[in-house]
Design a protein around this ligand. Structure first.
Ligand SMILES: Nc1ncnc2c1ncn2[C@@H]1O[C@H](COP(=O)(O)OP(=O)(O)OP(=O)(O)O)[C@@H](O)[C@H]1O
Length: 498
C-alpha cells in the first residue's frame, strides 16, 4: 500500500499571517500585463529580449496571466476564475467551468443542474450524466467545433434537435463507492494529499479504480463544491495518454472522483519512497511523457489549461511506467485576453514554485515550465524538490548545471548507467526551464523538441562538447540577479517554514 506524505503546500494564508506581522500588504497584487503578454517584465526592451532569447526558439504564448478581471465586461467573455481565487463566488466558478466546457445552451443548462444539485446538497443521485459535450470546443474565436473528443463515446444521445455523443464517465452512487472500497477501509487507502484521500477500489464489473474522496475541511461547502466542480470540469475536458483519466464522479454522500488506477502510484513514491531504483530509460520516458502531457494542456486541448501544481506526487505511473499528469485541483483555464488582474491566494507546492509566482502571484504557462524543470532535476538527481534540511533542489543544482557537471548531478543510484546524450539534453532543458525570468524559459513545445534532440541550439551543442555556456548567463545580464533571486527564495522559504 502506498501512503505518502506530500510536501508542504505553501499558501497565501501562510504568507498573510506573516505579512501582517511585517506590516506589509502582499495579500493582493494588481499587476499589469506586459507588452509581450508572457510574463516578460515591462522594462525589458525589445533588443535585450532578442539578445537573450538566442536559444529559445519558440513562439511566445499569446496569453499569459490568470487573474480575476476587475474591469467588468471582458471577464464575461474571457475570464476563467476558479476555485482558488479567493474572491470568486461559487456561481462565478460554475460560470467559468461552463465556459470551459462549451458555450451551447444545452450544455450550460445541464452543467448548471449538476452545480445546483451539489450546491443545495439536496442531491441523492444523478440519474443523468450532466457532462454532455465536454471535451468539445465551441470556441467563438476559432469558429471551429471539435467533435469526438469524448473518450469512448460509442453511443449517441438524442436531445431533440441534436444528436450528441454519450460521454463514457459515470455518475456513481455513494453505495457503489462504499462497496468498491470496502467502506473506504484504511487498508484501501493508496494516497493522501492536502485535499483528498485516495482509495483503491474494485467496481462491480471488476474494474480497478482510484476513488478520490475530497476531504478538504478548512473551506466552506460552497468553496469545496466549487473546487470539486473545477477539478471535475477540467479532468473531464482533457484527453491525452499523459493525463489522468476520469471514469466517473459522485456527489452523493460526499464529493468523489473516480479515476483510472495507476498501479505504480506516484513518481514521488517510486523515486523517493521505495527501494526500487528507477532506471534511466524509465526516468527519461517519464520526462518525455510529462513534457508531452503539459504541451497538450498548454496548447492542444480544446480549451487550454495551466496545471499550477506539477510535482512528483502529481505524476502517476501506469503499468508500463507511462506518466500521467494528475491532480487538477489547482488547474486553471487559460483566459483569452486580459488587461488587469489580481491573483490570490498563492497556492502550490514549495520547491516547484517559480519566483514570479511566489513573489507576485503571476501565473502563466511558464510557471508550469519552471515546475517541470524542477521535476526534471528530481529525475536526474534522485533528490527531492526540497530536502530534509530544507535545501532547494534548484539552488543546489544551479552551479552544477552551470558547470555542466553530469557526474555530480546524476543520481548516485544510477552509477554510470545512463545515456549520456539524453542526460545532457535533460540537464540543458532543466537549466533553461528553471530560469528565474519567465521570458527566458522555453515553452512546452520547445521543451519537447529539446528532449527529443530536435533543433538543438548552439549553446546545447557547446555544452554537449563539454564546454561551459558561452552565449549568456542571464544572471549577469539582469537587474534581477541571482543574488536577488536567492534572497527572494530564502525569504519565501522563511515565510513558509515559520
Ligand atoms: N489514479 C490514481 N492511482 C493511484 N494512486 C493515486 C491515483 N490518484 C492519486 N493517487 C495517489 O494519491 C495521492 C494524492 O492524490 P492527489 O494528489 O490527487 O490528492 P490531493 O489531495 O488533491 O493532493 P494535493 O495535496 O496536491 O492537493 C497521489 O500523490 C498518489 O500517490
Amino acid at each position: 500500500m502506498e501512503k505518502e506524505k506530500k510536501q508542504a503546500k505553501t499558501k497565501m494564508e501562510v504568507k498573510e499571517d506573516v505579512t501582517k506581522k511585517d506590516g506589509e500588504n502582499q495579500e493582493t497584487e494588481e499587476l499589469r500585463t506586459s507588452k509581450k503578454q508572457d510574463g516578460e517584465t515591462e522594462e525589458e526592451s525589445e533588443e535585450t529580449y532578442e539578445k537573450k532569447r538566442i536559444y529559445i526558439d519558440e513562439e511566445e504564448s499569446p496569453r499569459s496571466v490568470l487573474e480575476i478581471h476587475i474591469s467588468g465586461s471582458e471577464s464575461d467573455h474571457s475570464s476563467s476564475s476558479s476555485s482558488s481565487f479567493g474572491s470568486s463566488s461559487l456561481d462565478e466558478k460554475s460560470a467559468a467551468i461552463e465556459r470551459g466546457l462549451g458555450n451551447k445552451d444545452g450544455q450550460v443548462v445541464q452543467w448548471k443542474n449538476l452545480f445546483g444539485q451539489i450546491k443545495k446538497r439536496s442531491v441523492r443521485r444523478f440519474s443523468i450524466v450532466p457532462l454532455l459535450w465536454v471535451g468539445q470546443d465551441f470556441s467563438k474565436k476559432s469558429g471551429r467545433r471539435k467533435l469526438g473528443r469524448n473518450r469512448g463515446s460509442e453511443e449517441n444521445l438524442d436531445c431533440g434537435d441534436m444528436i450528441v455523443p454519450k460521454p463514457s464517465w459515470r455518475n456513481f452512487s455513494f453505495e457503489e463507492l462504499v462497496e468498491a472500497t470496502d467502506n473506504f477501509s484504511p487498508d484501501k487507502m493508496i494516497g493522501k494529499g492536502g485535499h483528498a484521500e485516495v482509495y483503491k477500489g474494485r467496481l462491480s464489473d471488476g474494474q480497478i479504480v482510484a476513488v478520490k474522496k475530497i476531504t478538504k475541511q478548512e473551506k466552506n461547502d460552497d468553496d469545496r463544491a466549487g473546487d470539486f466542480l473545477s477539478e471535475l470540469g477540467i479532468i473531464a475536458h482533457i484527453n491525452h495518454p499523459n493525463a489522468a483519466k476520469l471514469i466517473g464522479f459522485s456527489a452523493d454522500g460526499g464529493l468523489h472522483l473516480v479515476l483510472q488506477f495507476s498501479p505504480h502510484g506516484s513518481l514521488a513514491s517510486v523515486l523517493h519512497g521505495s527501494a526500487e531504483n528507477l532506471e534511466w530509460k524509465i526516468r527519461f520516458k517519464v520526462a518525455m511523457g510529462v513534457a508531452e502531457g503539459l504541451h497538450y494542456l498548454h496548447c492542444d486541448c480544446p480549451r487550454r489549461i495551466i496545471h499550477r501544481d506539477i510535482t512528483a506526487s502529481n505524476i502517476l505511473l501506469t503499468e508500463g511506467y507511462e506518466p500521467q499528469i494528475s491532480d487538477f485541483g489547482l488547474a486553471k483555464w487559460l483566459p483569452e485576453k486580459w488587461a488587469h488582474h489580481v491573483v490570490s491566494p498563492i497556492e502550490g507546492t514549495f520547491g516547484y514554485m517559480a519566483p514570479e509566482y511566489f513573489m507576485h502571484g503571476i501565473v502563466h504557462e511558464k510557471t508550469d515550465v519552471f515546475a517541470f524543470g524542477v521535476l526534471l532535476l528530481e529525475l536526474i538527481t534522485g533528490r527531492r524538490a526540497v530536502d530534509s534540511s530544507r535545501q532547494s533542489l534548484v539552488m543546489w543544482a544551479k552551479p552544477l548545471l552551470e558547470k555542466n557537471n553530469a557526474k555530480e548531478l546524476a543520481d548516485p543510484l544510477l552509477g554510470d548507467k545512463y545515456d549520456g546524450v539524453e542526460m545532457k539534453r535533460a540537464m540543458f532543458t532543466a537549466s533553461i526551464c528553471i530560469h528565474h525570468l519567465p521570458s527566458l524559459r522555453p515553452n512546452m513545445k520547445r521543451v519537447v523538441q529539446l528532449l527529443r534532440g530536435e533543433k538543438e541550439p548552439l549553446e546545447m551543442k557547446q555544452k554537449s562538447m563539454g564546454g561551459r555556456a558561452l552565449l549568456l548567463d542571464a544572471c549577469d545580464l539582469e537587474d534581477y540577479s541571482c543574488t536577488t533571486y536567492l534572497k527572494d527564495l530564502n525569504r519565501h522559504m522563511e515565510l513558509v517554514m515559520e
